[in-house]
Design a protein around this ligand. Structure first.
Ligand SMILES: [Zn+2]
Length: 212
């Protein structure tokens, strides 16, 4: 699970185990999740590797535990969502090739090439999913364009543009938004479509409910 974390990476790192996170409900049964454990993992932001704490929550009814990733982390990727997204946007948007885009963000060429390839392979599905999410959020329908990569990018942009009208999303930025609504699986092999159920439990709002 991914929560729409607005914290800068530095602040999240500095908080360590004390990091504050929301308590979403169980994605299977909508029951309460309790803090179960957690683990440390690395993320790379601005060319630097950092260690972050990822809490693990558990549903007592389903007996299933879920890692709760902050929105700057993509599942199974070392680099933060902003880095991955910036490279994808430049290359798939036709701005430049992989090599200069990777060099600008100090990421290995082969790593960046892998992101772009995966994004391109998934582009028709991502474009359709994000365009539908945009419409669900009140935007106009997007007309498909011949280039699937560009269509996917405009879908992501349109969905974010529409979500930015709702409290909290604008501050997250487009790639944390995209990561949040795809459950961190934007460029995963076994990806899931962006959540289309708005205002219900799958679309976790970035603004915490009033403190109780
Ligand atoms: Zn459950």
């Amino acid at each position: 699970m991914v929560w729409p974390c607005p914290l800068p990476v530095d602040a999240y790192v500095a908080a360590g185990r004390e990091v504050k996170f929301p308590r979403p409900v169980c994605p299977s049964c909508a029951g309460p999740l309790v803090v179960w454990s957690g683990y440390w993992r690395h993320v790379r932001a601005a060319g630097r590797c950092r260690k972050i704490f990822v809490p693990r929550l558990r549903c007592r009814a389903c007996r299933v535990s879920h890692a709760l990733l902050p929105a700057f982390v993509l599942a199974w990727r070392l680099d933060v969502a902003e880095t991955v997204g910036a490279v994808i946007a430049e290359v798939a948007g036709g701005g430049c090739g992989v090599r200069p885009a990777a060099a600008r963000r100090a990421v290995p060429y082969t790593t960046a090439r892998g992101w772009v390839r995966r994004f391109r392979r998934r582009a028709p599905e991502l474009g359709a999913g994000f365009a539908a999410l945009a419409v669900e959020l009140g935007a106009d329908a997007l007309l498909p364009v011949a280039d699937a990569g560009r269509f996917a990018l405009s879908g992501v942009g349109a969905a974010f543009g529409a979500a930015a009208g709702l409290p909290g999303w604008l501050a997250l930025g487009v790639w944390r938004f995209a990561c949040s609504v795809s459950g961190g699986r934007l460029i995963a092999a076994n990806a899931i479509s962006p959540y289309l159920i708005v205002g219900r439990r799958r679309f976790m709002p970035p603004v915490p409910s009033a403190p109780g």
